[in-house]
Design a protein around this ligand. Structure first.
Ligand code: ATP
Length: 311
């Protein structure tokens, strides 16, 4: 056998974070889940997941956002690898290393991103050869944001967010993300949303024509005006400082701002790269935010960036 025919012993996958450009939340179903209509958008804020053939299963997390990420079987990346091993009939342990740059519990789906990256990395390492739709099905079983992070770009999500449909989207957008100290628990934010709504009837969620038109035209100003999130009021109710962050970003020239997913990260869209830089500087100087990150979107979904062959 030539070395080119040998399987790789280690695979690294890069995976983006997501922001929900629009997140419409229906009334909870009997199983407790809320039906969603959302527009996902992947941005170039990345985690990197490396899987390496090892004598036993293991996981380690490093990087600027490593704090608070579990390093046991509850890590979504570990669950993804175990699940793929079961489905693919693989008995080949891996050590998983996550380099974490996506804020944790920030509403940017970092855990789901790592699960998507691990599926792609292990599929490559083990040569399981699952089709894209089989991988997507496995991804949906791990979490409703995971299928989107396999493909990235800009896409519509329905059901719990796991049923994806393409969106006609032009252009690219400049983002500034305002990070907060501490996270918000996704279930707590949904519960607060239900509490705030009380007995009011909730319409079936469906995407707004304004957002679809904005994306079709590639117009950042129209996109800024169309950003919306049904969970925003609940996130602000649990973390009132987020209201001040939104006000500050708009005052400093953002074209629009929205709480990302279940928060507490706030996403601002800017006119240009320079405007994003100015906005990031102003937000930092104001002291209203704990940290800021700049990014552009759309970004590609989970993809292999290195796969050395054994020497
Ligand atoms: P979403 O936007 O999908 O609601 P989120 O961005 O708010 O998610 P995550 O960063 O995915 O939240 O983390 C939520 C919790 O999941 C964390 O507090 C952590 O305990 C757990 N977790 C499990 N695996 C991971 C992982 N690989 N990275 C980050 N958190 C993880």
């Amino acid at each position: 056998m030539t070395s080119a025919a040998l399987p790789p012993s280690s695979v690294t996958v890069r995976v983006p974070a997501k922001v929900n450009l629009e997140l419409l939340v229906g009334a909870p179903r009997p199983d407790g889940y809320h039906p969603l209509a959302t527009v996902f958008h992947a941005v170039n804020l990345f985690d990197e997941v490396t899987v390496t053939t090892a004598p036993e299963w293991g996981i380690a997390v490093s990087g600027p956002q490593a704090l608070g990420v579990p390093v046991d079987g509850t890590n979504l990346a570990a669950r993804a690898a175990q699940r793929l091993a079961e489905v693919g009939g693989v008995d080949e342990p891996v050590h998983i290393t996550i380099r974490k740059d996506i804020p944790v519990a920030g509403g940017m789906a970092g855990g789901s991103a790592d699960a998507a990256a691990t599926l792609v990395a292990c599929d490559h390492l083990w040569g399981t050869g699952l089709s894209r739709s089989e991988l997507e099905e496995l991804a949906a079983g791990l979490g409703s944001d995971v299928p989107f992070l396999l493909g990235g770009g800009t896409a519509m999500g329905s059901g719990r967010g796991e049923v994806l449909a393409p969106v006609l989207a032009r252009g690219s957008y400049h983002w500034v993300f305002a990070l907060s100290e501490g996270g918000l628990s996704t279930p707590a934010v949904y519960a607060e949303c239900d509490r705030l709504r009380g007995d009011r009837p909730v319409p079936e969620p469906s995407p707004s024509p304004e957002m679809m038109t904005a994306l079709r035209s590639g117009d950042a100003r129209a996109l800024g005006a169309a950003l919306s999130n049904d969970l925003q009021a609940a996130a602000i109710s649990l973390m009132p400082a987020l209201g001040d962050v939104l006000d500050a970003g708009l005052e400093f020239g953002a074209l629009g701002g929205v709480v990302s997913g279940s928060g507490p990260t706030v996403a601002f869209v800017a006119e240009s790269n320079e405007a994003a830089l100015d906005l990031a500087v102003s937000l930092t100087a104001s002291g209203a935010v704990q940290d800021v990150r700049r990014a552009t979107g759309p970004a590609h979904g989970a993809h292999v960036i290195s796969s050395p062959r054994p020497g």
